[in-house]
Design a protein around this ligand. Sequence first.
Ligand code: C2O
Ligand code: CU
Ligand code: CU
Length: 460
Amino acid sequence: SSDGTTDYFDVRAYTTRAEILPGVQTEIFSYNGTFPGPTFSVRKGRTAVVRTRNDLPVPLVTHLHGGKTPEASDGYPTDLLLPTSGWTAAAHQHGSGLTMEGVTAEGTRSYTYPNAQRAATLWYHDHRMDFTGPQVWRGLAGLYLVHDDEEDALPLPKGDRDVPVMIMDRAFNSDGSLAYPSIDPTLKTTPGVTGDAHNGMTGDVILVNGVPWPKLEVQGARYRLRLVNGSNARRYRVKLDPEPDAGEPFTLIGSDGGLLARPQLMDSLYMVPGERFDVVVDFGAYAPGTKVTLKNSLGDGSTAELMQFVVGAKAADDTSIPSTLSTVERLDPAKAVRTRSFTLARAREDGHYVYKINGNPFSTDRIWADVKRGETEIWEFTSTTHHPIHLHLSPFQVYKRGGSTTVNPEDVGWKDTARMMPNEKLSLLVRFDDHTGKFVFHCHNLEHEDMAMMANFRVS
Ligand code: C2O
Ligand code: CU
Ligand code: CU
């Protein structure tokens, strides 16, 4: 329902069964009964109030990833929405200091999203302290699309030709249940999950919009694909196979924070968990009948393919990709008031591993960075291993990689999540010009996050 400048949505989180694998029922944690959850479509400048009821057996925390959300609705990890059936605090997993302090609601609450931001492909997901990985794995995630007049006025593909491609890998047990074994702190390989769960949970089944390796019939025309890496820990390099006879496979038009200033031609795109890329693909450049596979060159076997497009007849297409898409203000490094450095590392303590930022695992009361509203800062991140870096609240721009201001084409727009490669310093420019309050930044490998690779920043 709607009134004035506010739209109201009702969401109920509950356990249900879904047919994810053909003919198999899988128990999921759902928002409104689906896997992934429902897609929200909202307009810039209209407030969305999401009235949420938690009928799950566990606490829930919803976070709008990429949202410029006031503190009270941002989904702080201990801002638990308790189950309607009641709940007693259980021991927490990783010593990250969960207390019942900050519990604000039981059963139902509203999250308020002002949507005072550009058109962009956002997503929402659970953010419960210590349990984000397993709860997202079980289904607590979905898309949230912000639209605005600026984007609507462009001749980009719309309607049926604007297609979300939310990529999530999962592992299943033989009885059809989702496999999420607890993470072995001694770092032994976890059965049922590809690779080592300490490096993040990865599965051998690729789901796109909740469907394993789907096929989509497309017309011979331009399509906008909203690529979302909603995986807990898997990185992808996506490609098209075959590539079109003429032109680059992908025209990148937007990323986490909305439209780029200018389109970027790309033959592949690298995506870490949490990142979004909006690309235009011209299926009119393929002969009718061609099967075009969206591949993942970082995968092998079952994870090397994501989905397939079956190209139909050439169709009327009045879309185009303007050479100027939008105006993107470049943050000026000369205006940065300070540089902060963050090192992400894993340490072995008392026979198990702890994940830390600047030597400390997450705790709710430690502040890693105190910033002033309106100020620009340079934040540098380093590690010897891969970690996707995500900041709540304030979008950033990639300033340098490995000391060089020549960044990747994936880096050119407004971002909220960026890849950090081993031993390559990632420098970000951030201006904290939205809300005040305490927010988190963290590794978006959800298992690393649950193992306390998260930190608070405070804007005042
Ligand atoms: Cu996508 Cu703190 O989250
Ligand atoms: Cu976020
Ligand atoms: Cu990490």
